[in-house]
Write a protein of this length. Sequence first.
Length: 259
Amino acid sequence: MSNISIQSVSKRFPNGFEALKGVSADIAPGSFTIILGPSGAGKSTLLRLMNGLETPTVGSVCIAGEMLGKANLRKVRSRVAMVFQQFNLVERLSVATNVLTGRLAHRSWAGSVFYLFRNEDMDIAREVLARVGLTDKAWSRADKLSGGQQQRVGIARALAQRPKVILADEPVASLDPVSSEEIMTLLREICDRDGITVVVNLHQVDLAKRFADRIIGMNSGKIVFDGSPEQMTQPVLRTIYQREGIEDDNSLDMALAYA
Ligand code: ADP
């Protein structure tokens, strides 16, 4: 059974804009998938549908065979962790406390409200901070860290959830090339070593080609390519990055430069 199954999903926002138009994909457990495409293609909307942050107008999303809906949202969110472009840390709190918030999905309402963490949670926080190489920063304020380190905290928080799936929405878009490389390597290693299904939204062709098992190319709310990095040729890149009515398009030039 596939881990994530997206079946004929369309998404129309209240303003009438249709961000996804009949998208279907099955994502295998333990795989590393990159969703590639220009800004506005619908990548973020697709990712947000996979943990119930958005609901489809048409179609359905199943995680481990269970259709996502209001009734099982909490359960699904405890298994599907999210990593964000802007890290989404609580800046004035310590690194360790930020990581511990990853445990909230597993705690009671009262425990969540009063931020009561058990010893078991502290052990998990220690373990995941070691995993991302930030043991010595555990009690630093989150906003004192570099961008790359903050994203490591974001990943540690995701790991603290003990997820089956990690969804990363443009996780390196705010980082320099060296940190980007480190974060992609870390995500890949988490997939390989822990068997966690990882889905990453990216707009950088070079990173997609180097790190993905599978690339899903999106343009204007549709999947226009679905294959291995080797299959992503220059004509395919043109299809992914072409924009109607724009002849002198920077994003297409940049994409082709890496092909
Ligand atoms: P990407 O992640 O590929 O940049 P998004 O999924 O963020 O694309 O957005 C796809 C399109 O949907 C964009 O044109 C965006 O402006 C639009 N969009 C996203 N969220 C909303 C919303 N809440 N209401 C209306 N339009 C939206």
